[in-house]
Design a protein around this ligand. Structure first.
Ligand code: ZN
Length: 237
């Protein structure tokens, strides 16, 4: 090793000591050949495989509520688990790349099955504008981006948005506002989703209320279909 190379290598090792790259799932230090998620966590991702199940629990929560073609989620969410850690990184630590990476992984898995083969555009659940300003990005859009890369289906972020709080909504209590997700989404214009099969993308599905409200709004257009893919599901089974 030349002296210059030795210095470079020493410098990179030193950087590694000062700012070690850590696994976005477990927080342990990454080895040089690992990227974002350590090999242990990668091989232990709690996959649902729900896309292979036509009566999976994520799909079933929408039955009788809103007419979705199919719904599924990539991973099981459990409090304090590795999925929770990754989603925390994605939402609160500015780690956009983990969203894109997981979206891409999920997209590759979905591509092998043909559940979303007729989908024409991917629409992330919009964030409230104030939250978007604060966070700087929409975490669901990062997941959508990864899905789009793997599935080769475009992302549409312009056609659908979350309304600003009206005064009457602002005056409601926090709890009531959380409960009241009806009517908080709007299409940029009527007819924008006519004749389209839309894949709605969210980070975590819990009650399904947000997705339901989004789907209701999109389905106001003519001859429209809605499917759902979430990064994780946190329901009780
Ligand atoms: Zn790990």
């Amino acid at each position: 090793m030349t002296f210059k190379k030795e210095i470079q290598s020493l410098f990179s090792d030193l950087l590694d000591v000062v700012f070690p790259e850590t696994c976005s799932a477990c927080g342990n230090r990454l080895y040089k050949n690992e990227h974002m998620i350590c090999i242990y966590c990668l091989s232990n991702l709690p996959r649902t495989h729900f896309h292979n199940d036509n009566e999976n629990p994520v799909y079933k929560i929408f039955w009788g509520r809103v007419n979705v073609e199919f719904a599924t989620a990539f991973l099981f969410f459990s409090p304090k688990g590795i999925v929770q850690h990754m989603i925390h990184q994605l939402k609160y630590k500015g780690n956009k790349d983990i969203g894109v990476m997981l979206g891409r992984m999920y997209g590759r898995e979905l591509k092998e099955s043909s559940v979303f083969s007729s989908v024409q555009c991917i629409v992330p659940v919009p964030l409230h504008p104030a939250k978007l300003r604060k966070r700087g990005y929409n975490q669901s859009e990062m997941i959508a981006e990864g899905l789009s890369q793997a599935l080769q289906i475009p992302v549409d972020t312009g056609g659908f948005k979350r309304k600003k709080h009206t005064e009457s909504q602002t005056r409601k209590s926090r709890y009531k506002r959380w409960e009241n997700v009806d009517n908080i989404f709007e299409r940029a214009e009527a007819g924008i989703f006519d004749n389209k099969h839309v894949l709605l993308v969210d980070d975590v599905i819990t009650t399904g209320a947000t997705i339901e409200a989004c789907a209701q709004e999109i389905l106001k257009d003519k001859n429209t279909k809605v499917s759902v893919a979430a990064l994780a599901c946190a329901m009780h089974f």
